[in-house]
Design a protein around this ligand. Structure first.
Ligand code: TRP
Length: 364
């Protein structure tokens, strides 16, 4: 049944079950996650996803992190900054505790894993044009980027993402809600491949499940929009304490003096309280209570202190790694690429066998 597992509620339920089981059976799971190299990472990435990745890694789960460099081609004209962005992102990863040295963690750009990209060809035959055209997240991205000429890879990138996930047989993908349509498509592709080519044999692919973040949504410091590179409303992991203080100082609040936590009515103030809570582990409402009539200035001071405290060790580590950035990044990617290639070639071999296309290799 194609649609039996496709509802939002089912994704939420599946995700909760995985969160419960992960600490008990980390070896059952392989996580695939990633980012486009479009710039350094900010606290939205940190609280929304990087912290989770480190947690999963440290539970002993195998973790593959794809740097989706080919995806940059879908909506960016220029590739000039790709190497710089990849370097920044890898340094960000390492500084927050992603640890390819000590753990089963692999960081790789998908442009360097030829067999992974080959999965795309059969996968594209398992998806209808209508399905690609209807994807709500792709539509939003096209609108947001103001693209007038949309290339075919833009429509196909959710299929490419399925290749990113399935080449290593990832069965868990930590995502935000906006990524659920993509993950649903990955599940369909896995299911359709198995149904079409693995009749009577063992399935090649698991159906990957979304692991939804429990972190509250963070807005940019302008309080109304997503935190984003292009909107100058983001605190970067690599920013200095002073830059952080200045950005928070200019953050939008409202005209009411007394601080209260009312996300619907006072989204800007609520966002700053949420951020403090993410740093300290306190409830935003309790923080609001404490600040109360001290007002917006005190709120901003509290956030500056909490955020700079939280980021201090990350920034120190990052500065240290950045001294030898090129060598550090090469070594991390070199190891990630080697492992990703080995896994991708193995999976491609299984696919060829299933698709009756392994006639050219091996004994006759
Ligand atoms: N599209 C994701 C983003 O823009 C990055 C990404 C590429 C990804 N491949 C993936 C995420 C596979 C999860 C799984 O952030």
């Amino acid at each position: 049944m194609e649609n039996s597992s496709g509802t939002f509620e089912e994704s939420v339920r599946r995700s909760a079950a995985i969160w419960r089981d992960l600490p008990e059976h980390p070896q059952r799971y392989r996580v695939l996650t990633g980012d486009r190299p479009t710039g350094a990472l900010h606290i939205g990435h940190y609280f929304g996803s990087l912290r989770n990745r480190v947690k999963l890694q440290n539970l002993g789960v195998e973790l593959f992190v794809v740097i989706a460099d080919y995806q940059v081609l879908t909506d960016h004209d220029s590739v000039d900054k790709v190497p710089e962005h990849v370097r920044e992102i890898v340094l960000d990863y390492l500084s927050v505790g992603i640890d390819p040295d000590q753990r089963s963690t692999y960081v790789f750009p998908h442009s360097h894993v030829p067999a992974l990209n080959q999965l795309l060809v059969p996968f594209l035959t398992l998806v209808g044009m209508g399905e690609l055209d209807r994807n709500p997240t792709v539509k939003e991205e096209i609108d947001a980027a103001g693209l007038t000429n949309v290339n075919a890879a833009m429509y196909a990138y959710p299929v490419h993402q399925a290749a990113d996930i399935l080449f290593c047989k990832g069965n868990v993908v930590p995502v935000g809600r906006d990524q659920l349509p993509h993950l649903e498509l990955s599940r369909k592709i896995a299911r359709r491949f198995n149904n079409r080519f693995c009749k009577g044999g063992t399935d090649v692919f698991p159906e990957p499940a979304a692991l939804l973040s429990e972190a509250p949504k963070i807005l940019g410091l302008d309080g109304t929009q997503k935190m984003s590179k292009s909107r100058n409303n983001a605190v970067y992991l690599k920013a200095t304490a002073d830059e952080t203080a200045a950005l928070i100082k200019s953050a939008k609040t409202d005209a009411e003096r007394r601080i209260t936590f009312e996300p619907e009515r006072r989204p800007e103030v609520a966002n700053l309280l949420t951020l403090i809570g993410l740093c300290t582990g306190e409830e935003p409402a309790a923080i609001a209570e404490r600040i109360g009539d001290s007002g917006g200035f005190a709120l901003k001071q509290a956030l500056t202190a909490a955020l700079n405290d939280t980021l201090a060790p990350i920034r120190a580590r990052r500065a240290e790694l950045a001294r030898d950035a090129i060598a550090v990044v090469r070594s991390v990617l070199g190891r990630g690429i080697a492992e990703a290639n080995a896994r991708a070639e193995r999976t491609l071999g299984e696919m060829r066998a299933a698709m009756n296309m392994d006639y050219a290799l091996g004994p006759s």
